[in-house]
Design a protein around this ligand. Sequence first.
Ligand SMILES: NC(=O)c1ccc[n+]([C@@H]2O[C@H](COP(=O)([O-])OP(=O)(O)OC[C@H]3O[C@@H](n4cnc5c(N)ncnc54)[C@H](OP(=O)(O)O)[C@@H]3O)[C@@H](O)[C@H]2O)c1
Length: 297
Amino acid sequence: MTGSNDKPTILLQLDVDPHPSVFDSATAIDAGVDRLLTFGGVLIEQVRGLVHGALFTRGVSELNRTAVFVGGSSVVAAESLYNEAIATFFGPFRVSVMLDPNGANTTAAAAALAASEGMGGSIEGARAAVLAGTGPVGMRVARLLARLGADVALGSRDAGRAHAIAKNMAAQTGTTIGGFATHDPKSLEEGLRGASIVVAAGALGVPLLPLDIRKRIESLRVAIDLNAVPPAGIEGIDPGDKKTTRDGILAWGALGVGGMKMKIHKKAIQELFVSNDRTLDAEGILDIGRALVEKKV
Ligand SMILES: NC(=O)c1ccc[n+]([C@@H]2O[C@H](COP(=O)([O-])OP(=O)(O)OC[C@H]3O[C@@H](n4cnc5c(N)ncnc54)[C@H](OP(=O)(O)O)[C@@H]3O)[C@@H](O)[C@H]2O)c1
């Protein structure tokens, strides 16, 4: 239900970590939230009670002024809270909910949009490799690139982990996602063969793709490095790069992607208060990003 009233907006921030993310709280305030209620270390059995508090304090026509945000460093744990919050709703008693553990969905949406822009507007059929695609951000990047029609493979130092995550994700999304090992230069180069797009989603300060290997992948057109802390995840890419030409390919660095990530994050929070029935996971958040790019919102 879309509502219009002047009740203060309330965001219930549920976090799986002991301390609710200050980053997420600050972003919510900057997005214009009037009252933020933060809870850390939230367990699945506590969600129902917390969400009931948000549902039963306002009339149904006012529920668009209350929303739930689920975050924290574990995507799996946060997903469980998100699903439980949605399962708590019944009839007209519902509020909008957003899932963004570790900024994974908003960052992945911004990275997917950069990839699409770098490829001239479409990544349909393009081969995309996600290095360190096993972390919260990398998994969401792989998922969104696959949703946009790319032929995705995710890399990990552990081939078994890459294949297991890829298989699980492919089953969840109904797409085809492969896996490859990155533990030595030979397997890394093999995994990148034929890729037009490479996204590095490794931990802070971890170099993943050396310049010599990158230069040998002649099919590459777009490289996106999400790590802001030196040394770079993709050698030769600067954190501030934003559609910058580097050795004949278009490059984005962490700060180049980060500006769009912040715009998407704030807009998604604002969208939660437009109606009381939005459920924003990776795909919904990507749609908000696309609308921002197309200036529809
Ligand atoms: N630009 C932005 O707006 C933005 C926003 C949020 C996050 N980020 C960045 O996105 C990146 C990914 O975030 P995340 O939370 O998903 O990262 P993460 O969980 O800390 O690490 C991601 C993956 O990196 C690999 N890794 C970890 N330690 C490593 C090491 N010592 N050597 C080689 N590989 C290692 C692991 O993959 P395997 O063990 O499977 O190889 C891990 O699954 C981070 O750099 C983060 O700062 C950027």
